[in-house]
Design a protein around this ligand. Structure first.
Ligand code: S3P
Length: 464
């Protein structure tokens, strides 16, 4: 069986269902290799792919998309948008067309919105449907049903929507939108682009101006893409260093846009770290988005001594992209500043792998948010390091990893978390003995073809 594509079902025709919750667990093993070499292309950016479909769905007219990530998370968004009345069609490899319903034009969905494993789908769509006067029911897989939704329920309720959820704001939940929403000014209590986006998307169909204040910058794809659709979005710096993002409600979004999705820096990170930790490696990952709100890992790897260069910089669909060339060599442990966390929030698991191989200790601080991801990533990473003989210290909001020779030989529990699976497969290629993950099927949520791509570079990832 091909380990890279098992379980990743591409949609055929107009209907597709998320498949992560029903995927069969698939054990994978990654054996040590001397070095990696070659050129690969990063898969489409997950955050930008979700937004391209969603914003296309609330536009009057046709949006065409090129380079869309066809991972299960994106298919969950596509399926939900169809249930809400948008016409979302796959034309070919990464090529999609959305005929939107216009701002405020969704219909009551005739079935439950199943978000699979995707927090971005659940939170951004909550914002979009909050301003529609009907009730929707939303659920997800076992991982998503554990994740906090109160962070969107709270501000969207202030705007007028009503929610009935499981205890602690967990899915499944029912959302009843308000026919007329109230604009708010909201200061984010957690650095979260998903929460920021949910409020701005609710603000899209709210009279007046809705403002989100973010104390720390988070990924800004929502603001950039809404501007691309001619929405009035203003960003200003406040005296205390925070940013205020304001959207003027009820615009008619300009249709007939063509969106080119750049490669995902969070997915490119696996090949980059794999090459960085194998001396003598020389790998180029082409077409990677290097938006500063996403590029924290690359700054961190450079501080650790990695030979990383951004080549052929260019602008693609409003985002800067580059080809990332990485040559393997010795890495040293560093202190990662806590204020860098939002710009590399998804990259800590793979950074922990680089840290395990580096000389000295790497201290990751101020990372409690990792506990609210697809799994409790602080706990999942710590357990994976433990299983492979790596020493570490863990606290409520920190992880310190002691680097050196990695014994490996462990079996890592992935807890339905794609990034835990991919990170520990990267650890295997730099360990003394192979590293196994109990279930590689969640990789298909964000990176179908991951194992094939890594094996093309010289990795040895196989089914166990
Ligand atoms: C995302 C934002 C981040 C990130 C997630 C995608 C987005 O989550 O972890 O993978 O597309 O807005 P938070 O905003 O909750 O930190």
């Amino acid at each position: 069986m091909n380990p890279g594509t098992n379980g990743a079902r591409l949609p055929s025709g107009s209907r597709s269902r998320p498949v992560s919750s029903s995927s069969v667990p698939q054990k994978l093993v990654s054996a040590p290799v001397a070095r990696l070499e070659g050129r690969v292309r990063a898969p489409g950016d997950k955050s930008i792919s979700h937004r391209a479909l969603m914003f296309g769905a609330v536009t009057v007219g046709e949006t065409t998309i090129e380079g869309l990530l066809e991972g299960e998370d994106i298919l969950s968004s596509a399926a939900a948008l169809r249930l809400l009345g948008a016409d979302v069609v796959r034309l070919g490899d990464g090529a999609w067309r959305v005929r939107g319903v216009g701002v405020g034009g969704f219909r009551e969905p005739p079935d439950v919105l199943d978000m699979g494993n995707s927090g971005t789908s659940a939170r951004l769509l909550s914002g979009l449907i909050a301003s529609h006067a009907f009730t929707s029911f939303m659920t997800g897989d076992a991982s998503l049903r554990r994740r906090p939704m109160l962070r969107v329920i709270e501000p969207l309720s202030r705007m007028g929507a009503r929610f009935v959820s499981r205890d602690g704001g967990r899915l499944p939940m029912a959302v009843t939108g308000a026919p007329t929403m109230m604009p708010i000014e909201y200061r984010l209590p957690v650095a979260s682009a998903q929460v920021k986006s949910a409020i701005l998307l609710a603000g899209l169909n709210t009279p007046g101006e809705t403002t989100v204040i973010e104390p720390e910058p988070t990924r800004d794809h929502t603001e950039r893409m809404l501007e691309g659709f001619s929405a009035a979005v203003r960003t200003r710096a406040l005296d205390d260093g925070a940013r205020a993002i304001t959207i003027v409600g009820q615009p008619e979004l300009a249709g007939n846009r063509h969106i080119v999705v750049p490669g995902d820096p969070s997915s490119a990170a696996f090949a980059v770290v794999a090459a960085a930790v194998r001396p003598g490696s020389d790998v180029t990952v082409e077409n990677v988005g290097i938006n500063p709100t996403r590029a924290g890992l690359y700054e961190t790897l450079r501080e650790m001594g990695a030979a990383l260069s951004f080549e052929n910089r260019r602008v693609m669909g409003g985002e800067t992209v580059a080809d990332l060339r990485i040559r393997g060599g010795a890495l040293k442990g560093i202190d990662v500043p806590p204020d860098r966390a939002p710009s590399m929030i998804d990259e800590y698991p793979v950074l922990a792998v680089a840290a395990a191989v580096a000389e000295g200790t790497t201290r990751m601080q101020g990372v409690a948010e990792l506990r609210a991801k697809e799994s409790d990533r602080l706990a999942s990473v710590a357990a994976g390091l433990q299983a492979n003989g790596v020493r570490f210290e863990i606290g409520a909001d920190y992880l310190h990893v002691q680097g050196g020779a990695v014994p490996g030989g462990g079996l890592v529990a992935t807890h339905l978390d794609h990034r835990i699976a991919m990170s520990f497969l990267v650890l295997g290629l730099a360990a003394q003995s192979p590293v196994a993950v109990d279930d590689g099927s969640p990789i298909n949520t964000s990176f179908p073809g991951f194992a094939d791509m890594m094996n093309d570079l010289g990795a040895k990832i196989t089914n166990a």
